[in-house]
Structure formats: structure tokens, C-alpha cells
Design a protein around this ligand. Structure first.
Ligand code: UD1
Ligand code: CA
Length: 489
């Protein structure tokens, strides 16, 4: 790449056709804003500086861009007087008059770094004052047409509204991505007027000016013209988003990931997958999710910013900011909230919700439980239907269960509380204070059987006749050892 490269990203326009309170370039596809994709492509050209032209809702757009590219220069365009004016504002902000300047727009999320690099290389090789990344499209409506002479030399870019009927037939269009010799650009910008159908300062008029100055102009058609397609409304956003996803999913399949149903699999741009990962239908891998080899994810699973270990199995699960260990199993119907860490070969089973929960190696929470603000030691099994009661209505408290504990079904652990290593609890236990290691905690009241109660209180019901029939067949022997202490007393 050239030693002195400036990339200008235009992002000042309103994007009114989005009909949104969110600026157009901030709308997301593939887990990134549109301008985020363009900035990623820009950075791939290893520029000396990135300048973003902001205007509309710059209080939203400016901070977003600076978060992604901290040393980007923000050039404020108070009024959107046209692309020529926008670039002039950018050049004034940096005072640049040497090197190479690339201009891109912030609404082309399919643009790749490779394509932009290739275009810059072609521009330099052609030694042109201006190069256009052009494209041949079926429907050029609304786009600037590349006007060439019989020798194929580029003469001008003519905008739709200013074009003659004959020029409107031209199917080679301006993608909006241009490369300039900076000295020429600095000289040309003040010479651009606004005497056209839109009354705007057109950056594309620089082509005609270069021709007047007898400088070389070149246009390089891109094969994959979708890469330069700008998004203007939400229907286009969905279409480009689906195309981006198709490309990402295809890339991962080429890298050794099995995807059973690409059409229902969504993978964000920043996700990282190992070879031999299997993704089953209806799965979304979002944000910075990372999946290690031999893991199987899905069907019908959403993972956002999660880490899935090698060989793990995640079925019908919704998880965010969770870490799932090697060989662990999750689901079906599990909800892992931020701060969940499941150890190696651990298990989070059906209808279990976890939050801020460290679940040790080989530990299991198999059924119908809520585990919040907890630490569960390795090899421990939590009984079905256990609630870690972490919230007293005012503050959250922590529960610690030691290693190799066996807790009973339908328990409540009233935090803060600690259950010791190797301890157990009976079914229905409400643990309100610490359980020593190795102890069995039991808090449920003793069972009492009021014999004959149904016959006395529900006579004539199906319940009563079922009971009577059973008793007639095998009358229960009266065994005093079955009785509760109260009844004996
Ligand atoms: C522009 C090109 C056209 C090309 C098309 C590709 C011009 C005159 N025309 O037309 O040849 O085919 O892009 O999409 O350049 N912007 C600013 N400030 C402004 C004006 C625009 O930041 O004052 C930004 C917009 O936010 C947008 C981009 O520049 O991202 C393009 O501007 P727009 O007005 O949409 O130009 P087009 O009519 O699409
Ligand atoms: Ca446009």
C-alpha cells in the first residue's frame, strides 16, 4: 500500500429512507454497524489516517466511529451540500495535499478489505489523477453513469438527474468509491460548482476537471458489484444482511465447519469457529462468540458473546456472555445469562436458568432450576427444581455449594448460604443457614397421613372410589413405624 494513504468515509447524510431515529450507517448487519464494516475495509488498506465526515446526528455517529477507530479524524459537515463539499470539509480538517486519498461511503457493508486494497493498487499502477471503482449493473437507476469515449477513456460521471436519455442507457456505474492523487484533489475541490439538477457540489465533477487538466482518469469495474451496493432502506438492509450472512456462512463451511442448513444459520462477522464444528438448523452465533472444535451447536440456539469448548453440545439454548467448558452439555431449553461459566463436562439441563454462576468441572444442574450468583463445586449434582434464592428484595447474595455435594429435589437455597463439600440435602429442603461438609440438611416437615380423610371429606368422588377400590384389594396393614412422631405421641 502507498506510504501516505488517507481514507475518507462519508457519513454525514440523513438516510431518510430508513425512516429511523437511528442514523443509517449505524444500522447493523452481521453484528456490526454498516459504517463499522466500511471502517474495517478501510483499515485493511493500512492508511496513515482515516477521516470520517459526519453531519446528521453526529452526536451518535461521531462517538461510534471513534470507538471503532480511536485515531480517526472527525470532520463536521454542518450542511450536506453534496459529496464534493463533504470531501472538501474532510481535506480541510487534515490539511492534506500529498499522497493518495480514497473516498468511500459508510453504507456499503459488503465491501471487503481485499477489494479496497486491490482498487488502491490498481489506482497507483494506473498513475491516474482519479480512479473510479465502477461496476456493471442490470439496473443502474439513480446511480452516476461512467461516460467513456470510443477508445474507452473515461470522460465523466453523469448523475441520473443530469443524464441524457442515451447516457441513462449506460450500465457501468460509479460505486461511489474513488481514489485520488491528493495534490490534484486539493486543487480540484475549490473548482467544483453546484450548477446541476440537484444544486449540489458533486465530487464526481472532479473527473471532468482532470480531463480538462489533461490528467489521466481510470475506472476499474469490480466483478463482485454487490460489494459496493449502498443500503438506502430497510428492505435493502435485510437483503444485504442476508447476503453478508450467506458469504460468512460459506466462508466457514470452506474452513471446515459443517452447517446443516445455511439458510437458517446466522453468523456475525466477528464470530470465530474451529474446524469440525457442527451447526444445526435455526442457530444464531452472534457478537464475539467463539466455538472450539468438535462442538455441536443447535438446533434452534442463540449464542451471543459466548465461548463454547471443544466437543461441547449446546441444544435449543439462549445464552449471552457465557462460557461453556470442553465436553459440557447444555439444553434443551436452557437460558444462560451473563457470567455463567460451566466447567469441563458439566451439564446445564432442561428449563434451567443461570446467571453469574460458576459451575465446576463435571458439576450438573440437570432439570428445572434457577442458579443465580452462585458457585457450584466440581462433581456436585443439584437436584431437580432447585432455586438459588439470590435476591432478598433489596440486594443480591451469593450461594456457594462445595464439591461433590448431592442436593435433593425441590430445594431453595436462601442466599447468602454455603453448603459444604460432600454435603447433601433432603427433598424439599429450604437451606437458610450453612450446611457443614458431609452433613445431610433436612428442613421439610415430617409427613403425616390422615387415613380415611378422602372417604370422610370427599365421599362420592372418583378419588374416593379409587381409594376404596385399592383398599378393598389390599388393605394397608397398620404399621405404627409408618406414623409420624406427632401421630404416635
Ligand atoms: C453518489 C454519486 C454517484 C454514485 C452513488 C453511489 C455523487 C455526486 N454521486 O450518488 O455517482 O453512483 O453515490 O452510491 O457523488 N454525503 C455526505 N455529505 C453530503 C452528501 C453526501 O456525507 O453532503 C454522503 C452520504 O451520506 C452518502 C454518500 O455521501 O453516504 C453519497 O451521497 P448521496 O447523496 O447518497 O449520493 P448519491 O446520490 O447516492
Ligand atoms: Ca446514495
Amino acid at each position: 500500500m502507498p506510504p501516505d494513504l488517507t481514507v475518507i468515509v462519508l457519513a454525514a447524510g440523513g438516510g431518510t429512507r430508513m425512516k429511523s431515529k437511528t442514523m443509517k450507517v449505524l444500522h447493523e448487519v452481521g453484528g456490526r454497524s454498516m459504517v463499522g464494516h466500511v471502517l474495517a475495509a478501510a483499515l485493511a488498506t493500512e492508511p496513515q489516517r482515516v477521516v470520517a465526515v459526519v453531519g446528521h446526528q453526529r452526536d451518535q455517529v461521531g462517538p461510534h466511529i471513534q470507538q471503532l477507530v480511536p485515531d480517526a479524524v472527525l470532520a463536521v459537515q454542518e450542511e450536506q451540500l453534496g459529496t464534493g463539499h463533504a470531501v472538501r470539509v474532510a481535506m480541510q480538517a487534515i490539511g492534506q495535499t500529498s499522497g493518495t486519498v480514497v473516498v468511500a461511503t459508510g453504507d456499503t457493508p459488503l465491501l471487503t478489505g481485499e477489494s479496497l486494497r486491490a482498487f488502491v493498487a490498481e489506482h497507483l499502477a494506473s498513475q491516474a489523477a482519479v480512479s473510479i471503482l465502477s461496476g456493471v449493473v442490470d439496473d443502474p437507476f439513480g446511480l452516476g453513469r461512467i461516460v467513456r469515449n470510443d477508445e474507452g477513456d473515461v470522460l465523466a460521471i453523469v448523475e441520473e438527474k443530469d443524464a441524457t436519455d442515451l447516457q441513462r442507457e449506460i450500465r457501468e456505474i460509479n460505486s461511489g468509491i474513488l481514489a485520488f492523487d491528493a495534490a490534484f484533489l486539493a486543487d480540484a475541490l475549490p473548482r467544483i460548482g453546484n450548477d446541476n439538477a440537484n444544486g449540489e457540489f458533486y465530487l464526481t465533477d472532479a473527473i471532468g476537471l482532470a480531463r480538462e487538466d489533461a490528467l489521466a482518469v481510470s475506472a476499474h469495474p469490480i466483478d463482485d458489484v454487490m460489494q459496493t451496493e449502498g443500503v438506502n432502506d430497510r428492505a435493502q438492509l435485510a437483503r444485504i444482511g442476508a447476503e453478508l450472512n450467506r458469504r460468512i456462512v460459506t466462508r466457514w463451511m470452506r474452513d471446515g465447519v459443517s452447517v446443516m442448513d445455511p439458510a437458517t444459520t446466522w453468523i456475525d462477522a466477528d464470530v470465530v469457529l474451529a474446524a469440525d464444528v457442527t451447526i444445526l438448523p435455526g442457530t444464531q452465533l452472534l457478537g464475539a462468540t467463539v466455538v472450539a472444535e468438535d462442538a455441536v451447536v443447535g438446533p434452534d440456539t442463540t449464542l451471543k458473546d459466548c465461548e463454547v469448548g471443544a466437543g461441547a453440545r449446546v441444544v435449543r439454548t439462549h445464552a449471552e456472555l457465557a462460557v461453556i467448558g470442553d465436553g459440557a452439555t447444555v439444553g434443551p431449553f436452557s437460558y444462560l445469562r451473563p457470567g455463567t461459566r460451566l466447567g469441563t463436562r458439566g451439564k446445564i439441563g432442561a428449563f434451567v436458568e443461570t446467571k453469574n454462576a460458576e459451575i465446576g468441572d463435571g458439576a450438573k444442574v440437570p432439570h428445572l432450576s434457577y442458579v443465580g450468583d452462585a458457585e457450584i463445586g466440581e462433581g456436585t449434582n443439584i437436584g431437580a427444581g432447585t432455586i438459588f434464592a439470590n435476591y432478598d428484595g433489596v440486594a443480591k447474595h451469593r450461594t456457594v455449594v462445595g464439591p461433590h455435594a448431592r442436593t435433593g429435589s425441590n430445594n431453595t437455597f436462601v442466599a447468602p448460604v454455603e453448603i459444604g463439600a460432600g454435603a447433601g440435602t433432603g427433598a424439599g429442603t429450604v437451606v437458610r443457614h450453612d450446611v457443614p461438609p458431609g452433613a445431610l440438611a433436612v428442613s421439610a416437615g415430617p409427613q403425616r397421613d390422615l387415613e380415611g380423610w378422602v372417604a370422610r371429606r370427599r365421599p362420592g368422588t372418583d378419588q374416593a372410589s379409587a381409594a376404596a377400590q385399592a383398599l378393598a384389594q389390599s388393605p394397608m396393614a397398620h404399621d405404627p413405624s409408618d406414623e409420624s412422631p406427632q401421630e404416635r405421641a
